[in-house]
Ligand binder design. Sequence first.
Ligand code: SF4
Ligand code: SF4
Length: 73
Amino acid sequence: MPVIPDTMENLKKCICGGCPTHNQCMKDRMEGLFCARGKTDCEFTKKGCICGSCPIASEYRLDKSYYCEIGAA
Ligand code: SF4
Ligand code: SF4
């Protein structure tokens, strides 16, 4: 199981902000990097997950999606 460091550098690489599922609640709370920080407390509807295109996913060989729902990798 990879443990992804919750760093500013990794947060900058996270592409959750461009994801259709990343809603206003998540934006208001400036949430992202769910694969490191764990799941959101926001209510949301799944509209697709773009983790597969994220550099963090490649770097740490993540093979799941919806980390905002399932929590940290
Ligand atoms: S894998 Fe997903 S949750 Fe993790 S940093 Fe990338 S876009 Fe964000
Ligand atoms: S974890 Fe996946 S579904 Fe959730 S906001 Fe990030 S890219 Fe979108």
